[in-house]
Ligand binder design. Structure first.
Ligand code: ADP
Length: 171
């Protein structure tokens, strides 16, 4: 808390599913801000491996396991800047992996600034240990029966195993 002002930041993303790269950013951000809201994007008409409630459940479990008491989780649809404003925040958090993210995040930050100049985008540089992780990589490896235990928390690994077994049984 600074100048008596409560600092709430919003970390928006797909989190499909949550992985250790996301968790690293969450834990570090939780030390910098009074409260973090993890905002899980609800894709309109686009089926996801885990639906929004499942993604929220997986994040909540990690938050509890890690004892992160100042992190909340919610879903949102529409523009992220509008969601940030709606919860009384002016900070949008993002994570930056090496070069691959930079152009995309830079473009997004400029577009968001045009939409809502009062919102600040704050990016955390990925840690070395998690820089290679993305949800799509995790999904691809898990779908092929590969070991993702070094990339995601154990309950997420189990959820992936179960989901791909279900999908295979349906075929
Ligand atoms: P992903 O790219 O893994 O599918 P999301 O779309 O859920 O992830 O991304 C939400 C935010 O988390 C984005 O700002 C993204 O750059 C960031 N992020 C994703 N993976 C990592 C990572 N390994 N390290 C740091 N930030 C990350």
């Amino acid at each position: 808390m600074e100048n008596g002002q409560f600092r709430r930041a919003v970390y928006p993303g797909s989190f499909n599913p949550l992985h250790n790269g996301h968790l690293d950013i969450m834990k570090r951000a939780a030390r910098v801000f009074d409260e973090i809201i993890i905002a899980v994007y609800e894709h309109p008409n686009k089926p996801q491996l885990f639906d929004v409630e499942e993604r929220i459940g997986l994040i909540r479990e990690s938050i509890i396991r890690e004892g992160l008491t100042n992190i909340k989780v919610a879903s949102f649809s529409g523009l992220a800047v509008n969601y940030v404003k709606s919860v009384g925040s002016f900070v949008m958090l993002r994570g930056l992996r090496v070069f691959s993210d930079f152009e995309f995040e830079f473009r997004m930050a400029l577009a968001n600034h045009r939409l809502a100049p009062e919102i600040e985008v704050i990016s955390f540089i990925s840690s070395e240990e998690t820089i290679h992780i993305s949800s799509s990589t995790v999904r691809e490896i898990a779908s092929l029966g590969g070991d993702v235990s070094s990339m995601v928390p154990e309950h997420v690994r189990l959820a992936l195993e179960q989901r791909y077994a279900e999908l295979q049984a349906e075929q």
